[in-house]
Each structure stands twice: as structure tokens, then as C-alpha cells.
Design a protein. Structure first.
Length: 427
């Protein structure tokens, strides 16, 4: 049986293909139940995000094509949809791939942590559906542990690589602490929402949301326990703001140099940190000329992100060393399962032989035969039975000049010719 990772991702498939192949969380249990009914498939898990859909399988390698056919049929795909953009990793490569996914090394944004939560959700769904067996269970758990180690022992997640998080990083450089600062968020789109999430995750801050549509601002204010205002109210609230993050679709600037200059005077020149994420810009470029104003635009943030991405790339090299070592450990564990199975069969076989001979001897003992004679015969019969097949194979190896098998037998049974000869002479 083989461990398989089969799927597509943002590197191999365009968005329109990824959309066709995607599974919603509600669709996963039924899909997994269908999968597990295929031929030799023993275990299955399914990860589906906006950037990837991957199937993790424990299956006979010859039946992987059947799984690919199932995926095409389940999603009504043409061969051309997926033939050139899917990948199949086996055993060692499949193990290393899952660990890379868990650590964010295979993500669109290097080192992003959200994928780990998505992988844990895929694991939980497969487990609750009953398609998670010993091999995949161990692989998922091992991958989660590796991800934790990589986060702890490298800087893979330490540097900002999104504009929203870069804003937080820069703000922390300016303020000794973000605790109890006031942030004014202008706009109510996804970028502003993400920025608010990052800032409120860092510290307990006061939030103000300004938007052309007050209802949307109110939604964000309720979520982040802040205050909602209209754009026309900004002049009254700007002097309260230590931090201003703006991202609107306005064709004209929202904040002009005069308005900001007035706010700074009311603040008695207490600094304001400003991030303009809009294109075209929400804050006039001349605002940067004012004392006690720290203004960054999208281009300035991109420089921060590029520099930080280099740091993550360095950390990714360290992370891969950890992944390579942990992949080896996992494969060692899998190989140990083969040994356990072989040992169990070996012991059962010879225990059955011993039980048969013991029953024979006990029956004769009840008939009054000599215990000493029976013990001697039992020992002889067990020795002959136990050694019959090994002896036959050793004779065959010797006649064929198979010294490798002979040497393995000596190591396996700890055969010391000198001590055996000595013991024989002593007798």
C-alpha cells in the first residue's frame, strides 16, 4: 500500500480550474464516503481551499488512476481541465509535501499560518467520516507537530508579507506599545477589515470606522467593538487618531494636507502614523511634508514586504531541513509497522506449533507415560519443527553460494561459531 498526495494548487492550475475542483466543507463527508468505496483505497482525506484541492490517500498504487477518474466524474471535468495541471506524490514525496503544506511553505504567501487550520479541519472531517486510518492519522499528527516546530524554531512567520500585517509591523516600530492607542480606519472593504483584525490581535486598541456607507462602518464597528462615523465626520475625529489606515475607492483624496495639519496642531504635535492603501491615493502626498506625520503608501509597504519575504525565504531553508529530517522519521515509523506485522505472524506460527506439540505430550502424559521421556521428546520435536524451514533455506543458500543470506542468518540468530564449537567440545 502506498501513501499518495494527489491534487492541484495555485502553482499548477488557474483560478477557473481551481473553482471547478473545489469542495465546500459540507460536500466533504459524502465525497470521502464515495472515495473510500473505491477498490483498494483504505484511507482518505480531502483538503480544499481557494488555492488548492488535494486528496491524501492510503491505496494500492495501481488504483490511483481510478481516484483521478472519480474526481473527474464527481466534478464533471473534462480530461483537458485537469490532465496538465494535477500532481501525484508518492510515499516520501507525499509525506514531505503534506509537511510543507502544513508549514505554509507551499502557500501563495510563504509561511502563512491559515493553511494549518484548514489542514486540521480536513483531518477532523475525515476522522468524523470514518476515512482516517492509522497511516494518515499518524501523517497528519506528525505534520501538525512539524508545523509547530518550524514556527517555534524558525522565523518563517515572523516577518510581514501582506500589506495589512506590514502596517502593524511599522506601527509597532513607531509606538513603544500599541496598547490603548486609537486607530481610525477609513473604508470598509476587505483590506480594511484585515488590517483591523491584525491591529486588534496585537493589542487592546480603540477603533473608529469611517465609511461613505455608514451601515457597513457600523458592521465593522460592532465586530471590533469600535465606533462608526461618516466620512464627513472625519475632521472631528482625526485629532483623536494615533493611527490612520485608509483604503477606499474614492477618485479624490479623503485627507488633505490642511486637514491633517489642523489635526496635528490639536494633538499638540503628538505623532500620527498613516498608511494609505488606496490606489488612487486617499491621502495627499504633501501630507508627508508635515512634521510628526509618518505616512506610508502601498509602494513603501511593498518594499517592507519584499525585505521581509527575503527573511522568510531564509527561514524556509531552515524549515526544509526540519521537514527532511521529520520525513525520514515518519518513513522509519512506517517501515517499523512492516516489522511489527512480520513479528506477529512469525510468533503466531511458532506458537501454534508449540501448542500442538504440547497438547500431544499432555495427552500422552495422562496415559501414564514417563514425564522425563515426554519432555525430552517434546524438546526434540519442537527443535525439529522450528528449525526445519530455516535449515532447508540455509542448505539451499549454501548450495547456491548465497553468502549474503548466510551472513544475514548469522546476524539474525546471533550465531557465534567459536562459542558453538566450544560448547560442543565441552559436552
Amino acid at each position: 500500500m502506498t501513501l499518495i498526495a494527489l491534487g492541484i494548487n495555485h502553482k499548477t492550475a488557474k483560478l477557473d480550474v481551481r473553482e471547478k475542483v473545489a469542495f465546500s466543507p459540507e460536500q466533504l463527508p459524502l465525497a470521502l464516503q464515495e472515495l473510500i468505496g473505491l477498490s483498494t483505497l483504505k484511507e482518505a482525506a480531502l483538503l480544499s481551499t481557494c488555492n488548492r484541492t488535494e486528496l491524501y490517500l492510503h491505496i494500492n498504487e495501481d488504483d490511483v488512476a481510478q481516484v483521478l477518474d472519480w474526481l473527474k466524474e464527481h466534478k464533471s471535468l473534462e480530461d483537458s481541465d485537469i490532465t496538465d495541471c494535477h500532481y501525484i506524490y508518492k510515499n516520501e514525496k507525499a509525506v514531505a509535501h503534506m509537511m510543507k503544506v502544513a508549514c505554509g511553505l507551499d502557500s501563495m504567501v510563504l509561511g502563512e499560518p491559515q493553511i494549518l487550520g484548514q489542514l486540521k479541519q480536513a483531518f477532523a472531517i475525515a476522522r468524523s467520516t470514518g476515512t482516517m486510518g492509522a497511516h494518515l492519522e499518524q501523517l497528519f499528527q506528525h505534520s501538525f507537530s512539524v508545523a509547530k516546530t518550524v514556527r517555534t524554531e524558525t522565523d518563517i512567520g515572523a516577518s510581514a508579507v501582506s500589506v495589512a500585517y506590514a502596517a502593524v509591523t511599522l506601527a509597532k516600530r513607531l509606538f513603544s506599545t500599541l496598547e490603548n492607542t486609537t486607530a481610525l480606519f477609513i473604508g470598509a472593504g476587505e483590506t480594511i477589515e484585515l488590517a483591523a483584525q491584525h491591529f486588534t490581535n496585537q493589542a487592546s486598541i480603540n477603533t473608529i470606522f469611517a465609511n461613505r456607507t455608514r451601515e457597513r462602518a457600523s458592521d465593522l464597528a460592532e465586530r471590533f467593538k469600535g465606533e462608526a462615523i461618516s466620512l464627513s465626520e472625519i475632521p472631528n475625529y482625526l485629532p483623536k487618531a494615533d493611527i490612520v489606515i485608509s483604503s477606499t475607492a474614492s477618485p479624490l483624496p479623503i485627507l488633505g494636507k490642511g486637514l491633517v495639519e489642523s489635526a496635528i496642531k490639536q494633538r499638540k504635535h503628538k505623532p500620527i502614523f498613516m498608511i494609505d492603501l488606496a490606489v488612487p491615493r486617499d491621502i495627499e502626498a504633501e501630507v508627508r511634508e508635515l512634521a510628526d506625520i509618518y505616512l506610508y503608501d502601498v509602494d513603501a509597504l511593498q518594499d517592507v514586504i519584499k525585505e521581509n519575504l527575503k527573511e522568510r525565504e531564509k527561514a524556509a531553508v531552515e524549515a526544509m531541513l526540519i521537514i527532511n529530517e521529520q520525513t525520514k522519521r515518519f518513513l522509519d515509523w512506517r517501515r517499523s509497522l512492516d516489522a511489527v506485522s512480520t513479528i506477529r505472524i512469525f510468533r503466531d506460527k511458532y506458537q501454534d506449533m508449540a501448542n500442538t506439540e504440547l497438547s500431544r505430550s499432555l495427552s500422552r502424559l495422562e496415559k501414564g507415560e514417563s514425564p522425563e521421556a515426554l519432555l525430552r521428546e517434546l524438546t526434540r520435536r519442537l527443535t525439529n519443527k522450528f528449525l526445519h524451514e530455516p535449515t532447508r533455506q540455509l542448505n539451499e543458500a549454501g548450495s547456491q553460494g548465497d553468502t549474503e543470506s548466510l551472513n544475514r542468518a548469522r546476524n539474525l540468530f546471533s550465531l557465534d561459531f567459536h562459542s558453538v564449537g566450544k560448547n560442543t567440545q565441552d559436552k
